[in-house]
Ligand binder design. Structure first.
Ligand SMILES: [Fe+2]
Length: 283
């Protein structure tokens, strides 16, 4: 199968950037991102594409890595002894899901082909109003599958990255919902009180997405708190995550990569790591 076949190009002609349909799709995505930092293109993957990519993930599930530390705060960081016990930095929640790492999805896989397909990258950049997006050079984590088994969950958190690109490969039978609170913090303000409210159960600003297998989701997770609720069904939830950078040659911080994915490579020892943050937020 050619890489073009992985995407439903009839409904999403991302290889035709001058078409009216393309411009309409970009406009719709940008509207969603402007309004609440989230946008979904339903059935973006073709039926064949979804089947092929989901199968690659299914075949590698037994090799998924689960981080040792199962408790995290929303910053996926250490607590702060200078703050009260009920401060958001000191509230720890369960994170039990695992990752199929990029090194397990080699060049021969459709997952790899999709990630490296230039028209997709250019389309994503246009939607995100970026000059250009580059392949994230981290060989362990640039393209991964998040695996959420029955009973597992991903606690409320903020992302380190400004944006994430995900493709749901398989939804949970029940539970496993993606929930988010748009723009809960800003570049200059952690808004701890608002974060605390959500952690105490306030859902008045929270939204729940109705995602289906094959959907492409854009999400600005640096400012919007989000979680995946417990998978209460009997089957696994699988999510393909693609990461891109705005500068070429970026690789992950070795310690962080090791903590999250259980391994590093020669590249992590040789190349200069990590990007400078454009803000001073806790991670
Ligand atoms: Fe996240």
């Amino acid at each position: 199968m050619y890489v073009e076949k992985l995407i439903d190009l009839n409904n999403y002609p991302i290889h035709q950037p001058d078409s009216a349909q393309y411009l309409k799709i970009v406009k719709d995505v940008q509207l969603g991102l402007d309004q609440d930092g989230c946008s979904v293109l339903s059935n973006f993957l073709s039926k064949e594409g979804l089947d092929a990519i989901a199968k690659e993930a299914e075949l590698r599930k037994s090799q998924a890595y689960y981080a040792e530390s199962k408790l995290c705060n929303v910053y996926l960081a250490n607590g702060n002894p200078n703050e009260a016990e009920d401060h958001p930095q000191n509230i720890f929640m369960e994170r039990t899901n695992g990752f199929i790492t990029a090194d397990l999805l080699g060049k021969e896989t459709y997952s790899h082909m999709l990630y490296h397909w230039r028209p997709l990258r250019e389309f994503l950049a246009t939607c995100l109003k970026k000059q250009e997006l580059y392949i994230y050079e981290d060989p362990v984590s640039n393209m991964i599958v998040n695996l959420c088994k029955p009973g597992q969950t991903f606690n409320w958190h903020f992302d380190t990255n400004e944006f994430t690109i995900t493709f749901l490969l398989k939804g949970a039978e029940s539970g496993g919902h993606f929930e988010y609170v748009p723009n809960l913090r800003t570049k200059h303000d952690e808004c701890f009180d608002e974060v605390k409210k959500v952690l105490n159960g306030d859902r008045s600003r929270a939204k729940r997405l109705n995602l289906n297998a094959g959907d492409l989701q854009f999400f600005l997770g640096r400012f919007s708190l989000h979680q995946v609720t417990h998978n209460t069904g009997n089957t696994d939830r699988l999510l393909l995550i693609q990461s891109f950078t705005e500068m070429p040659g970026i690789i992950g911080n070795p310690q962080r990569v090791k903590d999250l994915y259980g391994k590093t490579t020669e590249d992590h020892r040789e190349k200069v790591s990590d990007r400078a943050r454009s803000d001073r937020l806790l991670d």
